[in-house]
Design a protein around this ligand. Structure first.
Ligand code: FMN
Length: 436
């Protein structure tokens, strides 16, 4: 079956060899030699562009995870998700190696000033010819707050209130230079039409900036805005701003409910729901036969240290799970302002649905968000979600670096293209055009 809608694909990357799969960095194929070299990222960018991905995005955090067992030792030793490089230094390399691939970074509205954010993102949008996206995060960990002059994270609501202002301020800065203000006319001695450049004069409760930016208007005017909040406040924020929303992979009914909820929230603020792509994040283990794929997945699972699973869940949920906790209510209380709404909610749901204890629910999730099978059976499942209006495409997570994404482009992409689900050529030049 073919469809006229076009599936969107964005690669989930980390700078370094570790991402959500907690054992993949130990796989014999993982290229640990080159993963901190420019050539590695240029190569990966070319692979993704050949696979006609809309873009790649770097998940990022501004502090080592040290919630588990009171320190960062477990996560560092066992290879938890770590940002080994600043994505803003890596993305220009990837932009240089490609012509169409969107390049997306994660930047926090809780720790950065709008003027810096607007400048960095505009510069990259200009240099890449209009291919930049900003994954707007409010940050979820106290460890990050401690690196930025704060003693704790602000509450979730306050973080989102501030985020609204920071994005408003950035938009005001991006609009300082009108279209056509950069003239560059040698003959008449006019570089910039100053009548088309204005102050931003933004003043909110949390942030204030005058402008104008020193940077001319970029090809996209402003970067594509992406977001991944799942709490009610996070969804409101996404409905107001996001052009792409990331969501953990759930079953079709739950994804549809999420999509409908976002559509209703977008309509309520006067936005067209078609202007936002909902992309669940997905890991793929592909084999020539179902049993080969299953063997590969089991081998990958065998590389995961069980203690790292608990350490990672500690960060996601926002509580030190090395400490004995009486019950789920105690864990809920101990989280304070930290953690991701959906991670905690998912554990609660599993406990209820399967009538299991907290620890079992935590460990039950090692294969969550993973499709295992042949290219045909994996694409069948992706197509089922896509055609069933549960999503607009997928975030494909890095696992073994870089072979999992190479394999995805070699096996899954041609199957998607054969079924008319994925572009064979890019239609637009900017990321926003390709996302339409
Ligand atoms: C696929 C995906 C990727 C994410 N990447 C990041 C990231 O790189 N950095 C970060 O601080 N938070 C990241 N998050 C967390 C979200 O930005 C958000 O803070 C989290 O989902 C909690 O939002 P909520 O409080 O509205 O539930 C990600 C979430 C998802 C689902």
């Amino acid at each position: 079956m073919t469809t006229s809608r076009e599936m969107h694909l964005i690669a989930y990357l980390k700078t370094g060899p570790t991402a959500n799969h907690m054992g993949a960095w130990r796989h014999p194929e993982a290229d640990l030699q080159n993963v901190l070299t420019p050539g590695y990222y240029e190569h990966l960018a070319r692979v993704l562009e050949n696979g006609r991905f809309d873009g790649c995005f770097f998940a990022d955090g501004l502090g080592l995870h040290d919630i588990y067992n009171g320190g960062y030792q477990t996560r560092l030793q066992l290879g938890g998700q770590i940002s080994f490089l600043d994505p803003m230094m890596v993305l220009p390399l990837m932009a240089r190696a490609t012509t169409h691939l969107g390049i997306c970074t994660t930047l926090s509205t809780t720790f950065h000033q709008p003027y810096n954010l607007a400048r960095m993102l505009s510069s990259l949008d200009i240099l890449s010819g209009g291919r930049v996206a900003w994954n707007i995060v409010t940050s979820t960990r106290r460890e990050e707050a401690l690196n930025f002059g704060m003693d704790d994270l602000p509450t979730r609501d306050e973080r989102y209130d501030r985020a609204d202002e920071v994005v408003e301020a950035c938009c005001a800065l991006w609009d300082c230079w009108e279209e056509g203000s950069l003239v560059m006319d040698k003959e008449n001695g006019l570089m910039v039409d100053a009548s088309k450049v204005h102050y931003a004069n933004y003043e909110g409760r949390w942030t204030k900036t005058r402008g104008p930016l020193t940077i001319p208007r970029s090809p996209q005017g402003r970067p594509v805005l992406m977001q991944a909040g799942s709490s009610p406040r996070g969804r409101d924020f996404a409905a107001r701003w996001a052009e792409v929303i990331f969501v953990p992979l759930n079953d079709k009914a739950e994804l549809r409910a999420f999509r409908e909820d976002i559509a209703a929230r977008m309509s309520a603020v006067g936005r067209d729901p078609a202007k936002c792509a909902i992309l669940p994040s997905l890991r793929v283990v592909v084999g020539e036969t179902e049993s080969i794929a299953e063997e590969k997945a089991a081998y990958l699972d065998s590389l995961i240290d069980p203690e790292l699973v608990i350490a990672a869940r500690s960060s996601e949920i926002g509580v030190d799970l090395a400490q004995p906790m009486k019950d789920i209510d105690a864990i809920g209380k101990a989280r304070g302002t930290q953690g991701m709404h959906e991670s905690f909610a998912r554990v609660q749901r599993l406990m209820e649905q399967e009538n299991i204890g907290f620890e079992d629910a935590l460990r039950r999730q090692s294969r969550r968000g993973t499709l295992v099978g042949t290219a045909q059976s994996i694409v069948d499942q992706m197509q089922d979600l896509f055609d069933g209006e549960a999503c607009d495409g997928f975030i494909i997570e890095q696992m073994v670096v870089p072979s999992s994404l190479e394999e995805f482009c070699r096996t899954i992409v041609p199957e998607l293209q054969k079924r008319g689900l994925l572009r064979r050529e890019y239609r637009g030049t900017t990321l926003r055009e390709n996302l339409q």
